[in-house]
Ligand binder design. Structure first.
Ligand code: G6Q
Length: 544
């Protein structure tokens, strides 16, 4: 599979040589020498504008990154994904989140079967259910309409739904209350239901496998809570629980009518599933039309990724720029900084998408890599972050490339708020790139002993993504953009972006430790001395 590490390829080596020169460049000089740079180094995708001019790149860098995509076979890999090839070899699966937004009537084959009609059958079933809940014809056990919707899920079965709900809150049905419970920590469940009327509450158990310990523990607790509140009548479960899963057998065993199960497929990875049935809460919140617009946004970015040439291809270019920053300029992280409060869960969503996908140390062929793979993605909405960690980005010793995201129009236009917000996003990208020299500081008559403290070196790279306004379609474009950035990075680093074996070991060990914490008698502990001591101390302190 792997024909040698990417670090041995000619374009990678050429980039290494080029980087020694490029590291000496400053964005001040790059802009001074090219008055059109801020216009040239942009991509104008319909409804979403990328300015990447504040990256430490020249035309030569871009040419070499383009050559790297060719050597890594990026377009072949993109075609293989869209065609339904089994590009996740460690799990022997196709990777077809793109089929989830394929238009009705198109065809994508997996094992000789066109999967697109099945996708639309599930979307239709979700739409029918959504109508019934929203118009009150779906009634709870006591005949009351549903007012509260609680989604149980974790990881890929939680982060997308909660992020989408928060991002699109302005478009949601405000008569319905949505809660998202993920953590096995009982406090998550307790706080989510404490003010809810069980007779008006619908639980969505979102679990591809229907075996995930956190989700099943929460779902069982909810079932007990409901039945207890319905005077022990078990028959209430079918009116208050629906499932999103691929596991019909366990769904039925839980007591959920499989007619109220919304299916998906093994070719949808958890972290790539928010627009599958896992998005049932999203559809309930937005309505089927809003969900349709979300899908259209995804689809537009898919078409762009599949067809645009490298220099005009937003995800491919942003993916390659992150490779440049990580592997050639020494960055270890990417800060995602949305200047939109509705996007407050977007960095958390991206953390799973990017780091679970590309946090790998071996190639698809199983060979240990000798270069860094995924950077750490993190972030907070602006302007909050400015009063917190931006100090390090401006004056610290680390290079932290930033992705700024902003919208020209506010969904809540109040006074000067939005112009102040936008002024800040423009100012931050500008300050990071151009900084402030010692001469400029001195010219402000700053006392000599403070000059070095007040110098901003600048030359900090950033991308700026701007759109007119947050909408469901725009969110679809944005999520698909980062999905395909992640794909591009994985294609270059030659890792399998679609498995996640690294999450297994801890799960297995927890299964062994849980009975040791629970046992009445003192267990014989045979872990390392640190784990043994921690378990002993926890047992001691949890006694009544
Ligand atoms: C994502 C992972 C993981 C998964 C959760 C929940 O890509 O596979 O985050 O989504 O572990 O799994 P279930 O949906 O099976 O409960």
């Amino acid at each position: 599979m792997s024909k040698g590490l990417v670090s041995k390829r000619a374009a990678w080596k050429a980039l290494g040589r080029h980087a020694t020169k490029a590291r000496a460049l400053h964005l001040r000089g790059l802009f001074a020498n090219d008055p059109h740079r801020g216009r040239r180094m942009t991509i104008d995708f319909p409804g979403l504008y990328l300015d990447y001019s504040k990256n430490r790149v020249t035309d030569e860098t871009l040419r070499l990154l383009g050559a790297l995509t060719k050597e890594c076979g990026l377009s072949k890999k993109i075609n293989a994904m869209f065609r339904g090839d089994k590009i996740n070899p460690t799990e022997k699966r196709a990777v077809l989140h793109v089929a989830l937004r394929a238009p009705r009537g198109t065809s994508i084959m997996v094992d000789g079967v066109n999967v697109v009609p099945g996708v639309h059958a599930v979307l239709d079933k979700m739409a029918d259910f959504t109508h019934r809940v929203r118009n009150g014809s779906w009634k709870g056990h006591t005949g009351r309409p549903i007012r509260n919707i609680v989604n149980f899920g974790i990881g890929g079965s939680d982060l997308g739904p909660v992020m989408a709900y928060e991002a699109l809150r302005a478009y949601t049905e405000r008569a319905l209350r949505f809660r998202f419970v993920s953590n096995v920590d009982g406090s998550d469940f307790a706080e989510a239901v404490r003010d809810l009327n069980p007779a008006e509450t619908l639980f969505i158990v979102s679990s591809k496998t229907f075996t995930t310990v956190e989700t099943m523990t929460n779902a069982k607790t909810a079932r007990d809570w409901l039945v207890q509140n319905m005077k022990g009548d078990e028959s209430c479960v079918s009116k208050h629980f629906v499932a999103v899963s691929t596991n019909a057998k366990d769904v039925a065993a839980f007591g959920i009518d499989t007619d109220n199960m919304f299916g998906f497929w093994d070719w949808v990875g958890g972290r790539y599933s928010m627009e599958s049935a896992i998005g049932l809460s999203t559809m309930l919140a937005l309505g089927p039309n809003g969900f349709q617009s979300l899908l259209e946004g995804f689809r537009a970015m898919d078409d762009h990724f599949r067809t645009a040439p490298f220099h005009k291809n937003m995800p491919a270019l942003m993916g390659l720029l992150s490779v440049w920053n990580v592997n050639f300029l020494g960055a270890h992280s990417v800060a995602v900084l949305p200047y939109d409060n509705y996007l407050k869960r977007f960095p958390a969503y991206l953390q799973q998408l990017t780091m679970e996908s590309n946090g790998k140390s071996v190639t698809v062929g199983g060979v240990l890599v000798d270069y860094d793979t995924s950077p750490i993605y993190w972030g907070e909405p602006g302007t909050n972050g400015q009063h917190s960690f931006y100090q390090l980005i401006h004056q610290g010793t680390r290079l932290v490339p930033c992705d700024f995201i902003a919208f020209a129009k506010s969904l809540n236009p109040i006074g000067r708020h939005h112009d102040l917000l936008l002024a800040n996003v423009c100012a931050q990208a500008q300050a990071l790139a151009f900084g402030k020299t010692a001469a400029e500081v001195k010219a402000e008559k700053v006392p000599a002993d403070l000059v070095t403290h007040k110098v901003f070196l600048g030359n900090r790279p950033s991308n700026t993504l701007i759109a007119e306004m947050m909408t469901p379609a725009l969110l679809g474009k944005l999520v698909a953009l980062y999905e395909h950035i992640t794909f591009t990075q994985g294609a270059v680093w030659d890792v399998n972006s679609f498995d996640q074996w690294g999450v297994e070991l801890g799960k297995v060990l927890a299964q062994r430790i849980a009975p040791e914490l629970e046992s009445e008698s003192e267990p014989a502990l045979s872990h390392d001395s640190s784990t043994n001591e921690i378990i002993r101390r926890l047992r001691e302190w949890k006694k009544d």
